[in-house]
Design a protein around this ligand. Structure first.
Ligand code: EPZ
Length: 467
């Protein structure tokens, strides 16, 4: 199992490139099952989760080609298979995104229940309620969701749950409704940019979807969905993680491409900590809405408080990374997560680096400390791993961050990106050596292991309020 050895104290500076969004790419890839294809995608991030989904799509009759780096062509070769196997689904919860498209196009879907998760309870009742409202016959049998419907029928579907709407649930219902007979209205739909990106791609395929980005999505069902070409939006969570890397190390980065409209809440919190963010380059015709930002760290990190909420609130997927930053703030910050109230496993690991965090239910109180110091840490999920890497970048001395496979699921070669900014991150493997994922251009999906380290900067200057 790979781990990172991180020598803290390097201020990160220079240009940083943001990859395509994981959480947009996954449901978009799954949506090919609802179409006759092909689906040609650009800006697909090279991630373990993408390769896991390609493995699952392969068993469902979808052939993948890799014309160039971060480009993907998906061709539907057969529409017969309808079983998403436990061994493939359990690797990644987002596999549930195949349920709606499979059912709508093939009339039958048998998808393993995704199972437990380190960030808290993650039911799929809203997905099932939505599909049932569209006329599907649904039962759970031997750990699998079995859904059947000769043709789905449009209906009114309410997707609000105890913690807000559901992102992948909205993706599932919207994709299924695109092929339903008649009109569907999704109330309390998720407004996340990733849902909008999927909707835009479905419209390219021939769907008739309106109201994307609002809590009321209207879908006029069509008979079939066809070919599409689509560029995946930049990953707002990766962008926010890189911005925090600059903030926590006292650096300055030029980051692109970013969609400012996707990062309003994160930008607000970072500016409250004292970070300066300015727009350098304006959008181009080929990438509308995407710009470059220059982000400059504060001299002293000001404390602040926030609540992770559904979009357009601060994303739960950046809660852990912001908490890492606030560990070094000059005062007390309060962080609440209303999307996943148990998503605080990182707090105990941050404490190993010297952070002072107390937790009360869905809320954590962070008492800023003067400095963090290197330690052995281990994370239990993707964003918690990112938070630990960020804290280690600012800590004095060496940290070892274990279980880096979590990070590789959702960040495209984060160690390489950080090292190009001057960080000192070495990937080592207990048995097989360096192994960032690798896009296998020209052939079929498989991660390769050909890691490298880009040298870091010179001066060691662990982040502390006195430095
Ligand atoms: C998506 O998960 C993301 N994953 C998550 O990102 C993200 O944290 C989450 O949305 C919230 O923004 C992908 O897009 C692949 P939800 P999803 O259904 O769709 C409750 C990451 O790190 N709920 O929007 O599975 C649920 O328990 C990952 O990249 C129900 O009650 O999340 C939670 O409290 C982790 N019933 C809230 O809704 C349901 O049927 C939001 O969950 C479904 C969800």
């Amino acid at each position: 199992m790979d781990k990172f050895l991180i020598e803290g104290g390097q201020p990160l500076t220079g240009p940083a490139e943001v990859s395509g969004s994981k959480n947009a790419a996954l449901p978009i890839m799954a949506a090919v099952l609802a179409s006759d294809g092909p689906l040609e995608l650009t800006a697909v991030p090279d991630l373990d989760d993408v390769h896991s989904l390609l493995g699952l799509l392969g068993t469902l009759g979808v052939h993948a080609e890799f014309p160039a780096e971060n480009q993907l062509k998906l061709v539907v070769e057969t529409t017969r298979p309808h079983v998403a196997d436990y061994d493939l689904v359990r690797r990644m919860r987002a596999s549930i995104c195949v349920l709606g498209p499979l059912l709508a196009r093939r009339g039958r879907a048998c998808v393993s229940l995704p199972g437990g998760c380190n960030i808290g309870h993650r039911p799929i009742d809203l997905h099932l309620k939505g599909l049932a409202a569209l006329g599907a016959d649904i039962r759970v049998q031997q750990g699998y969701v079995v859904a059947e419907a000769e043709r789905l029928r449009g209906n009114s579907v309410f997707l609000g749950g105890p913690f807000g709407s559901t992102v992948t649930g909205t993706c599932n219902i919207m994709t299924a409704a695109a092929l339903a007979e008649g009109r569907t209205v999704i109330e309390a739909a998720a407004c996340e940019p990733e849902v909008v990106d999927l909707g835009d791609c479905l419209n390219q395929m021939g769907a008739r979807i309106q109201g994307l980005g609002t809590p009321r999505i209207e879908i006029e069902g069509v008979e079939r969905l066809g070919a599409a070409r689509h560029r995946v939006i930049p990953d707002r969570i990766e962008a926010a993680t890189l911005l925090i890397a600059a903030a926590i190390t006292g650096g300055q980065i030029d980051i692109s491409p970013v969609r400012p409209d996707h990062l309003v809440a994160v930008c607000e919190i970072l500016e409250q900590t004292g970070m300066r963010i300015e727009q350098l380059a304006t959008e181009t015709v080929s990438a509308p809405g995407q710009v470059t930002w220059r982000a400059t760290a504060p001299d002293v990190i000001a404390p602040t408080s926030f609540t992770a909420l559904p979009y357009p609130g601060v994303p739960t997927d950046i809660q852990a990374q912001l908490m890492a930053l606030l560990c070094l703030a000059d005062g007390i910050s309060v962080v609440t997560d209303k999307v996943f109230p148990d998503r605080f496993l990182h707090a105990a690991e941050l404490a190993r680096l010297g952070a002072r965090i107390t937790r009360d239910g869905p809320t954590a109180m962070i008492h800023g400390v003067e400095r963090l110091s290197g330690a052995n840490v281990m994370a239990g999920d993707l964003r918690a791993s990112a938070a630990l890497v960020l804290a280690a970048l600012a800590a004095s001395g060496t940290s070892t961050v274990r279980r880096i496979y979590h990070l590789d699921r959702g960040y495209q070669r984060l160690d390489g990106k950080l090292n190009r900014l001057g960080a000192d991150v070495i990937r080592t493997g207990d048995s097989r050596g360096p192994s960032p994922p690798h896009w296998d251009t020209g052939t079929t999906a498989r991660p390769d292991h050909s890691g490298h380290r880009v040298a870091g900067g010179q001066g060691k200057n662990p982040r502390s309020r006195s430095s």
